[in-house]
Design a protein. Sequence first.
Length: 311
Amino acid sequence: MEKIFLLRSKGSLKKFIVTLRNLFLLTIASISFCTASVILKKLPTCTAGLCTIKNFLATAMQPVGQTLYIWGGGWFKHEGKDGDITYGSNKIGMYPEWKEFYEKQKSDYNFCDYAISENGIAIAPLEQYLHVGLDCSGFVGWTVYNTLNTESEKSVFVNTAKTMAKIFSEKNKFGTYNDFGQIEKIRPGDIISITNEWVSSHVYIALGQCEDGSIVTIQSTPPGVRILGTQNHEGNYDSQAAKLAENYMSKYYPEWYAKFPQCKATKPNDYRKDSSQMIWEISESSIMKDPDGYRNMRPEEVLKDLFDEKS
């Protein structure tokens, strides 16, 4: 009898320990899930086909921190897994290959390794990698497409980066164009094309201009899609925009920031001389609207609202 009672006691104790362990693991999993959910809720969300400045910027945020720069990414046709042939920039939503490719890379990622290169310098895109990332114009084209459309493969908005602001204004009739050397102020949602002696062709989306003249941007530039701050009017890269960019990248995209901490757009760019601008038309008859008043917000206000930071 004593042996039987002892065996039963041991069995009950074992079951009790297992139950406690399972409850502990379940609690930890629940806490982790809730924590992850809270973090995910803070990231900007977007709606395909919702033509507002806020949704345009929220859409631009989707590839941030998980999509690397690939020369030609979003530009050229490529065959998908199901045999369909599309452009990377005229698909609604994110390509899963973007994040998959990013997660395989280390901090020494170099886009030249995924392009045709000579002596370490990229000279042409490689077709087999066009679906794993975005270049600057592919990123802007994808963002515009996902803001204006609800279905894939209806049109394409990629073009030479230095001409995109002009093409969006004059061909697509999206808004007002200011040529190189004619920009007075940059507003949230503006599309800025660049060309100078350091940058032959580049394009980005503006989140707004700080008091020191620096610009908070969303752009795809090596190593990938991120929030970047430009230099101020004095040419100082320790600018208000750079500090804002670093704050948001480190806070909301910690994995990316640990791998790629650079939040300053280090290639010289004085928008007053070497940039052109497309300002979205906001009117009753225009395709774009601004019910949230983003066009009149400072970049810190835009970021605060996009990331749902309650004051």
